[in-house]
Design a protein around this ligand. Structure first.
Ligand code: F6P
Length: 327
């Protein structure tokens, strides 16, 4: 029987060919384990009684779901024991998390969105986990926010796990984008795509159309251009991982611009720079696309605070470039 390589086989080969990648190989294997656990929990969420709110509001002012808490604790506790991380940042943690004694010799820091789009679980729609790994900056204390305020381009590993009809792990460590699909029966991730690259056509735009009237004029013009000139179709799941995954495979653009809902003249973005925008931008560039905040390449942005929000425009290089020009 001709089976694609499992993630374990792939990682062992990587280690043989590039012994210097030892730590990243170990990290990737640990992240895959986390993905398997979250996948099994999200599948059983209804029957296990872990759907619903945790009666808590996070630092973003958003309602925390029970599954957000589960996934955050899992990421924190599991990765702490591995000794690979000095510190962790998460959507669900107000401050940088110190990995303590376990992380005293660690060379990396990790930023997480443990369960992106968690509102989707209740209605059986896709959710995901996003991760971004950087080298520890020895000049700063490990819990200093600056550890996480490194330009997106300095990530050494970035990716996501999408829990949908199948669970897929998509990542890059700088030599293209890989996709592994979880065979639930066997309990292994199998290589399903490598050197992923955006299709050249741009036939889909992914955007919350309900927000159109709150956009800045230049963003309205861009959406009009996509609909009227490019004749794009609209697809929107409202879980970044799912929307970016479809964009990577089917092509097109994913847009989450700043909006002025109160009509005060102040445009506010929603997506988080350090654990949503930067890792996705890294994958997008590795797949031949472009990701910006509307003005700058997201990979050039270091950021000013841990939970900073940014507008996100990503996907087809030509079309995102056009948006930069009209902005
Ligand atoms: O950041 C959380 C999130 O659920 C993303 O996964 C998603 O892209 C976005 O919010 C959807 O926001 P909205 O429903 O406002 O378009």
């Amino acid at each position: 029987m001709n089976l694609p390589p499992t993630l374990s086989q792939f990682l062992i080969k990587e280690l043989t060919d590039h012994p210097e990648k030892h730590d990243l190989v170990a990290i990737m294997s640990d992240l895959a384990t986390i993905g398997k656990i979250i996948s099994s929990h999200t599948n059983r969420a209804g029957v296990a009684g872990i759907i619903g709110n945790a009666e808590k509001i996070n630092i973003q002012g958003e309602e925390v779901k029970k599954l957000d808490v589960f996934c955050n604790d899992l990421c924190k506790n599991y990765l702490r024991q591995t000794g690979n991380f000095a510190a962790m940042a998460s959507e669900e943690e107000d401050e940088v998390v110190d990995m303590g004694e376990f992380g005293k010799n660690a060379k990396y820091v990790i930023a997480f969105d443990p369960l992106d789009g968690s509102h989707n679980v209740e209605v059986n729609l896709p959710v995901g986990t996003i991760f971004s790994v950087n080298k520890l900056l020895p000049q700063f204390d490990r819990t200093n926010e600056k550890q996480f305020l490194q330009p997106g381009r300095d990530q050494v590993l970035a990716g996501y796990i999408l829990y949908s009809a199948s669970t897929v792990l998509v990542f890059s460590w700088g030599d293209g984008v890989y996709e592994f699909t979880l065979d639930q029966g066997v309990g292994e991730f199998l290589l399903t795509r490598e050197k992923m690259s955006f299709p050249s056509e741009c036939e889909i735009y992914s955007f919350n159309e309900g927000a159109y009237k709150y956009l800045a004029n230049q963003d309205k013009k861009f959406i009009d251009y996509l609909k009227e000139e490019k004749k794009c179709s609209l697809r929107y799941v409202a879980a970044m991982v799912a929307d970016v995954h479809r964009t990577l495979i089917k092509g097109g653009v994913f847009l989450h611009p700043a909006v002025d809902k109160k009509e005060t003249g102040e445009f506010k973005p929603k997506l988080r720079l350090n654990y949503e925008a930067k890792p996705m931008a890294y994958l997008v560039e590795q797949a031949g696309g472009l990701a910006t905040d509307g003005k700058f390449n997201l990979l050039e942005i270091a950021g000013e605070s841990l939970h900073q929000r940014v507008p996100v425009f990503l996907g087809n290089k030509e079309v995102i470039d056009y948006h930069l020009k009209i902005n």
